[in-house]
Design a protein around this ligand. Sequence first.
Ligand SMILES: Nc1ncnc2c1ncn2[C@@H]1O[C@H](COP(=O)(O)OP(=O)(O)OP(=O)(O)O)[C@@H](O)[C@H]1O
Length: 301
Amino acid sequence: MSNALVTLSGVSKHYGTHRAVSVLDLDLREGECVALAGHNGAGKSTLIKLILGLIRPTHGRVTLFGHDAHSPAAARLRARIGYLPETVALHPAMTGAETLAFYARLKCQPLSRNAELLEKVGISGAAHRRVGGYSKGMRQRLALAQALLGEPRILLFDEPTTGLDPASRLKFYEIVHELRASGATILLSTHALSELAGHADRIVVMKAGVKIADGAMSALRRDTGLPIRINITLGQSDTYAPPSPAWRRVEPGRYELVCHESDKVDAIRSIGAIAAPISDLDIQVPGLDDIYAHLLEREDA
Ligand SMILES: Nc1ncnc2c1ncn2[C@@H]1O[C@H](COP(=O)(O)OP(=O)(O)OP(=O)(O)O)[C@@H](O)[C@H]1O
């Protein structure tokens, strides 16, 4: 039996003649963190709004916890979803604490855990200051706190780290880590792909409303066939011959082996058989940015 909390089956969303999302199938399974990547206008926010039930699909079906997204049952279960929108409009005259209390009342949640939430996102010191005086990063943190109200089982984050400084980004991914550990399901749309390594179980790539890739990072790396480069430095000078013909000399004493994901383990094992002393070793695997760029180029070809 599928443990999908969210399912999109053959979902399309058209605005007039424009296809914002085209015939998309997607499952979000319990406890997974899925990254949603795509250029501006690829359909990421539209997809999130479809899951939230804010807009209806032109074709296809969206289900939440097994219920049609527009059924009364899904409306009740929507309280179990936390949403951080791409652009957050917060009232400048309200303090952080008042803002969170406002959202807690809207979500029919007790106020008792608000102080803890403000602490968690790192703005408890500014809780009684007006939001109008907050920096962009502080407003984003407050918006994150409202998304976390009521311990949601599904979190939808639309470009959550935009405008955050590096320390705040780290803090955000710490929270993602905790949410994952507590079994929450996360969908996170982003342009900052390089940040996601180690955080996302799966990457979904969209282009012009169409899903063009969906898989674990290692599977996408295998699929793209992008090379892995292993560099070794032998001894202190160029006195050693290449370990085998597979290694290319890049500079005196430094050799490079290029292999594919499927040969990576064998290639690393072969390093153990090199008799000459190895003074340095460097393995460059394609990052998410490389994989993403390759997938988009492949679609264009
Ligand atoms: N309400 C709307 N009316 C008309 N067109 C819309 C509407 N909402 C979105 N679109 C169009 O649908 C397409 C997908 O938009 P969407 O906001 O989902 O993209 P996105 O991937 O989230 O982009 P970004 O990274 O810039 O936020 C865009 O071409 C956009 O102009």
